[in-house]
Design a protein around this ligand. Structure first.
Ligand code: FA5
Length: 341
């Protein structure tokens, strides 16, 4: 075998191996070895030239055919790593959206949005509570001394280490008083609402859940009195219910307010089971003038400043607004109920 035939044989074997190993044919066709074969043709004796040229062309055609097979059997697509992800994802793997009529926001966060909108318009800030708290914020800062019997009224869930799942949003009073007390020096009032989730070890019924939401409000300034408290709650109620409702406050006891009240609204007829006085009113929350000891715990001088606070049950307000007869629907995850919103 001549030298040129020998070289052709080696180059052909080497290029076939490269294609079999997955090298792109376009690269193999541009390889130096194949170019060298073409460059050799004009250097050969005239009687060998035509035959050798034909063999090199045959090799090129064979490599091209191998390349066509390679593209057919390789379903990988080139990836543009700089492109947004969906350019590189095949249609089957593209994330799909459910149609929006298959889901909706839960009524509680939607209603909380409406509630805080009203309070924004009344000049309030909004804070979040937390779902794990401690004895100081649950009791001590709220003027529940150790072993005070009123602690038993709040049947809390507590860990062995003493962490408490907050039983009301009043656990935030001390924190927001400290956070916002700097505005008092500028002659402004502290005005904050705190909507969040709370937990109680309850006997469950149509108006009692173990997990529910409250909306706390705190107002502190100079010359704040019970008249401001009632006016604030009534302004809010008429906005939220879009009508004037009969309301009443009656004396109650909370360690952190003095005087303390319970706040109730008159139920529309369709939400009453009978004509009893108990069925006439729906208790929405507790309220009162902030106890001087609570202000002192936040380093606010109770001889200069006074204030009021309240805590509403959010589900109870939503039940009133939409005529929902049982609080347990909210946590039930029943689609029949949720799809109405
Ligand atoms: C309190 O939780 C006080 N922290 C309210 C307060 C705040 C008073 C600031 C003074 C100053 P009470 O335990 O009454 O109070 O609960 C307040 C409201 O939460 C109730 O009126 C009711 O609307 C709602 N609520 C209470 N327990 C439940 C329950 N188990 N399920 C649903 N809603 C409830």
């Amino acid at each position: 075998m001549s030298n040129s035939q020998e070289t052709l044989k080696h180059v052909a074997e080497s290029l076939r191996r490269r294609i079999a190993a997955g090298d792109p044919v376009s690269q193999v066709l541009r390889s130096d070895e194949l170019r060298a074969l073409y460059a050799e043709i004009p250097t050969l004796p005239a009687d060998e030239r035509a035959a050798f040229g034909k063999q090199v062309n045959q090799l090129k055609t064979e490599l091209e055919e191998l390349g066509a097979e390679q593209t057919e059997s390789d379903d990988r697509r080139p990836i543009d790593v700089t492109a947004p992800f969906d350019v590189n994802v095949s249609d089957q793997k593209r994330p799909r959206l459910l149609t929006s009529d298959k889901g909706s926001q839960h009524p509680i966060p939607a209603e909380i949005g409406d509630m805080i909108d009203i309070f924004y318009r009344m000049g309030f800030n909004v804070s979040e509570s937390r779902q794990i708290d401690d004895d100081y914020h649950m009791f001590e800062s709220l003027n529940f001394p150790d072993d005070h019997p009123a602690r038993d009224h709040y049947d809390t869930f507590m860990s062995e280490e003493g962490f408490i799942a907050p039983a009301h949003t009043s656990t935030m009073q001390n924190r927001v008083l400290k956070e916002y007390k700097h505005v008092l020096a500028d002659g402004e009032d502290i005005r904050v609402v705190i909507p969040d989730r709370v937990f109680r070890n309850e006997d469950l019924d149509a108006t009692h859940e173990h997990t529910f939401y409250q909306l706390e409000g705190v107002v502190v300034g100079k010359d704040i009195n019970t008249g401001n408290l009632v006016a604030t709650l009534q302004t809010y109620m008429s906005q939220y219910f879009r009508q004037e409702l009969n309301t009443k406050i009656q004396p109650f006891y909370f360690p952190f307010t003095e005087p303390s009240f319970e706040f109730a609204v008159e139920r529309p007829d369709f939400l009453r089971k009978d004509d009893s006085e108990e069925q006439k009113w729906l208790e929405l929350g507790g309220c009162g003038m902030i106890h001087p000891n609570v202000l002192s715990h936040a380093d606010i001088d109770p001889n200069i400043y006074t204030g009021f606070a309240w805590g509403f049950g959010i589900e109870r307000m939503v039940m009133m607004r939409y005529g929902i007869e049982d609080v347990r629907h909210f946590e039930s995850a029943k689609l029949d109920f949720l799809r109405q919103f």
